[in-house]
Design a protein around this ligand. Structure first.
Ligand SMILES: Nc1ncnc2c1ncn2[C@@H]1O[C@H](COP(=O)(O)OP(=O)(O)OP(=O)(O)O)[C@@H](O)[C@H]1O
Ligand SMILES: Nc1nc2c(ncn2[C@@H]2O[C@H](COP(=O)(O)O)[C@@H](O)[C@H]2O)c(=O)[nH]1
Length: 294
């Protein structure tokens, strides 16, 4: 290996070790939840994915070296395994263990509203549709938009499709909780009243919006929970966008540019869910929405 490459590889290895040590510290101090780490470990090349199972177990209160060993053996996971290398069964067993240890795996009280954001084509709409069909107790906010309807989209169900003047009128009347020009093209906004009414009733309210909108909600309602939906990998994201077939090449390029910026903002969110399987991602999202009082 050329000297330059060796130096770069050494630097990367040191940075990865430091990131892992930092993660272990944050896990032990409770700054980051084991569920969040388990979820992040689904993403390759993350500190969570490279965390050894033993180090993960040792981060739990009252689990020392001997107990960690026993738990690991009970879970049928070899000592050398890292979280990112777990098979489905092992991951399911570990998740069940964490769930039991942390009282259901829920985080904090029920939020007045939950925001789901993430890059284009990660599957926000698909997860939201799954939730609409399988969790009738969840109310989905219907946004207003100036973009044209796609085939099959219904006014009032998927969006309120309005023209520029209509959107301007909503803004002038202060009817929107948040709004943004998304992908440098169309405007989208969340009608304020249904969200406030749902919060008043204590209903489970979900907003599926972009990063700029999520930041506005955070600023005006700090008690809202922000959930970032992440793709299993960049290549998978591109495949999903191309596979959906609803945008031309120019629009896809524009959306992928925005996606790079959005992916870099995942750390701003309270929770990250990897959308590898829609039912699993949806179930975790609803679990977070229900909070501790479910
Ligand atoms: N877990 C998944 N596995 C495989 N394909 C998926 C998954 N989730 C969604 N998809 C597919 O990915 C494509 C994009 O999904 P979707 O339209 O829901 O994304 P989105 O995040 O709402 O996008 P946008 O922000 O651009 O509106 C769709 O073709 C959908 O069927
Ligand atoms: N800030 C907001 N963003 C929104 C809202 N409704 C949807 N969106 C986001 O727009 C993009 C593109 O959606 P598409 O339906 O045209 O593919 C996507 O990221 C949505 O999350 C909103 O009310 N406010």
């Amino acid at each position: 290996m050329p000297e330059v490459d060796r130096v770069a590889a050494n630097r990367a290895a040191i940075a990865a070790r430091q990131a892992r040590a930092d993660l272990k510290r944050r896990l032990r101090s409770g700054e980051v939840s084991p569920f969040r780490v388990l979820e992040q470990s689904r993403l390759p090349d993350t500190p969570a994915a490279s965390l050894r199972i033993t180090d993960f177990l040792l981060s739990f209160p009252a689990i020392g070296a001997v107990k960690a060993e026993r738990v690991r053996e009970d879970l049928g996971i070899s000592e050398r395994k890292r979280l990112g290398g777990l098979g489905k069964l092992q991951r399911d067993r570990l998740e069940a263990f964490v769930r039991e240890r942390t009282g259901g795996g829920r985080v904090g009280p029920r939020p007045p509203l939950t925001v789901l954001a993430g890059p284009t084509a990660v599957g926000k709409g698909t997860v939201a549709t799954y939730i609409r069909e399988h969790y009738p107790e969840v109310q989905l906010s219907v946004s207003a938009t100036t973009r044209a309807p796609r085939p099959g989209e219904e006014h009032g169900r998927h969006y309120f499709f309005v023209d520029d003047e209509g959107f301007d009128r909503m803004l002038a009347a202060d009817e929107l909780l948040e709004w943004a020009t998304v992908h440098n093209k169309s405007r989208y906004g969340t009608p304020r009243r249904p969200v406030l009414e749902a919060a008043e009733r204590g209903a489970l309210m979900l907003l599926e919006i972009d990063l700029q909108g999520a930041r506005q909600v955070r600023a005006s309602m700090p008690e809202a929970r922000l959930v970032f939906l992440a793709p299993p990998s960049w290549d998978e994201l591109v495949d999903r966008l191309v596979g959906r077939g609803t945008e031309d090449e120019e629009e896809r390029t524009r959306r992928l540019e925005t996606a790079k910026v959005e992916l870099a903002a995942a750390d701003e969110f309270d929770e990250v869910i990897v959308n590898d399987e829609v039912p699993r991602a949806a179930a975790r999202l609803v679990e977070l929405m229900r909070g501790d009082d479910a």
